[in-house]
Structures are given as structure tokens and as C-alpha cells.
Ligand binder design. Structure first.
Ligand code: HEM
Length: 231
């Protein structure tokens, strides 16, 4: 007979370190503001560009943190192999499949990061032929700029709306089943029936994250100054 886990046998485990949580909520705020400013147009486009460099810095940071971050934030811990995904879909998931991102959740996270990277990349190559052009547009052919602009304005946003809607629907679904995902993204901790290893979230690790975030900001800043550099 299956044994029920009583609250006293649950283990409180740090899953999302502070840098990952800050990354997540800053990304959510920046993407929301980008959608609003992009739709407003006009002077709001100055903010749209600035926020775009912000998201570039956030994505670069996440790439670095995916290699150096806490155990459950590392890509190696959640990018699923086909066999892991199949096992999970057959209902034979293991403890580490529900500690961080589940194999299915990991696919949606990777899709979200990929689509956001494509949106930032195409923005850097876009030109509205009126007042705003991305800093890399002058380095590529007119055809490439036209393709990037069309993707950035007409295709990319719908992919982002779709993935964000799917993301929120999945969070509501799992929250209704009592998985406490949102609380974990706020506090960092999950109550788990298995005592899986925790993510290290010390001040030393946070200092490392700050250094990597500064490097990511420096790269985004360098890309931004290409706007002004004479060719
Ligand atoms: C534009 C809005 C949003 C974007 C772009 C976004 C993006 C992401 C990304 C990229 C991750 C993976 C985090 C990582 O490993 O680095 C993630 C995870 C997560 N997000 Fe969001 N998010 C958004 C809004 C929200 C909102 C509003 C909530 C809660 C109400 C939320 C709750 C979560 C939770 C709980 C996870 C962890 C899921 C898991 O346990 O696998 N997100 N989100």
C-alpha cells in the first residue's frame, strides 16, 4: 500500500538560490514592461531599447549561472535527456525530477529562454526606418535587417505571449495540486518528501553571482554603445 508522507517527514530544501530568484522576477518585470513599451511606441521606445539591453544582460547572466550557479539552477541538473523525459512522462519520475524543474518544465524554460534570446537578437538587428534602429543593424545586409525586423515585430511577440501563457497555466495547474511552486520561487525553499541535496546559497556564492552579473551588464553596455560609435 502506498504510504502517505506526513508533514513531519517533509524536508525543507533550498532549491532556488537568491540570484536565480532575482533573475526570474527581474526577467518577468522586464518582459512585461517590454511588451507594454513596444505596443505604446513613440517616446516609450527609448525605454523599450533600454529594457531590451536589460534583458540581454539577464540572459547572459543566466547562461553563466547555468554553469556556475546552485545545483538546481545548473543546466546540467535540468536539461532532460530523451530517456529521462520518457521516464517522467510514463509516471516513473525520480526524486530529482520534482526537486528543481521537472523534465517537462525544463523544456518550457529552455523554450522561453531561447525565444527571449531570439527576440533580443532580432531587436539588435531591427530598423523601423523612422527613428529607431538596433546597434547591430548597420553591420548586416538590408535583407537580414528586414527579416529580423519582421520577426521582432510580427512573429516573436506571439511566441512570447504563447509561452508566457503556457508558463502561467502550468504554474496555476501545479499550484492547485499543492506543489507550492510560486512560494519556492519567492523564498527559495521547497518541502520535499526526499532529502535531495540543496543548492548552495551562501553570501560567497551571491558575491560570485554579482561579479557574473556585472560582467553580463558590461557586455550589454558594450553592445549598446555600438549605437553611437561612428562606423
Ligand atoms: C513575463 C513573465 C514571466 C517570464 C518571462 C518567466 C520566465 C521564467 C523562466 C525563464 C523560468 C526559469 C527560471 C530559471 O531556471 O532560471 C521561470 C520559472 C518559474 N516561474 Fe516564471 N516567468 C514569468 C512570470 C511568472 C509569474 C507571474 C509567476 C508566478 C505567479 C512565475 C512563476 C514561476 C515559477 C514558480 C517558476 C519555477 C517553475 C519550476 O519549478 O519549474 N513566473 N519563469
Amino acid at each position: 500500500m502506498a504510504q502517505e508522507t506526513s508533514p513531519s517527514t517533509l524536508h525543507k530544501v533550498r532549491i532556488w538560490d537568491l540570484p536565480t530568484r532575482l533573475f526570474h522576477w527581474l526577467l518577468a518585470a522586464a518582459v512585461t514592461a517590454l511588451v507594454v513599451t513596444g505596443n505604446l511606441g513613440g517616446n516609450a521606445m527609448n525605454w523599450h531599447l533600454l529594457l531590451g539591453y536589460g534583458v540581454l544582460a539577464l540572459l547572459l547572466f543566466r547562461l553563466l549561472w547555468g554553469a556556475a550557479g546552485g545545483r538546481w539552477s545548473r543546466f546540467a541538473s535540468f536539461v532532460p535527456t530523451p530517456s529521462r523525459l520518457l521516464r517522467y512522462l510514463r509516471g516513473q519520475g525520480r526524486a530529482d525530477d520534482s526537486a528543481g524543474h521537472s523534465p517537462l518544465g525544463a523544456l518550457s524554460v529552455l523554450a522561453m529562454l531561447g525565444v527571449l534570446a531570439a527576440q533580443v537578437g532580432s531587436g539588435l538587428l531591427s530598423d523601423d526606418e523612422i527613428a529607431f534602429s538596433g546597434p547591430l543593424a548597420r553591420f548586416v545586409s538590408g535583407d537580414t535587417v528586414a527579416m529580423a525586423t519582421a520577426y521582432h515585430a510580427h512573429w516573436g511577440p506571439y511566441l512570447i505571449y504563447g509561452l508566457v501563457a503556457l508558463h502561467l497555466a502550468a504554474i496555476v495547474f501545479y499550484s492547485l495540486r499543492g506543489r507550492g511552486l510560486v512560494r519556492a520561487m519567492l523564498t527559495g525553499d521547497k518541502q520535499l518528501s526526499d532529502a535531495v541535496p540543496a543548492s548552495r546559497d551562501t553570501w560567497g556564492r551571491r558575491l560570485l553571482a554579482a561579479v557574473l552579473a556585472a560582467a553580463a551588464c558590461a557586455i550589454a553596455w558594450w553592445v549598446r554603445q555600438l549605437e553611437a560609435t561612428p562606423f
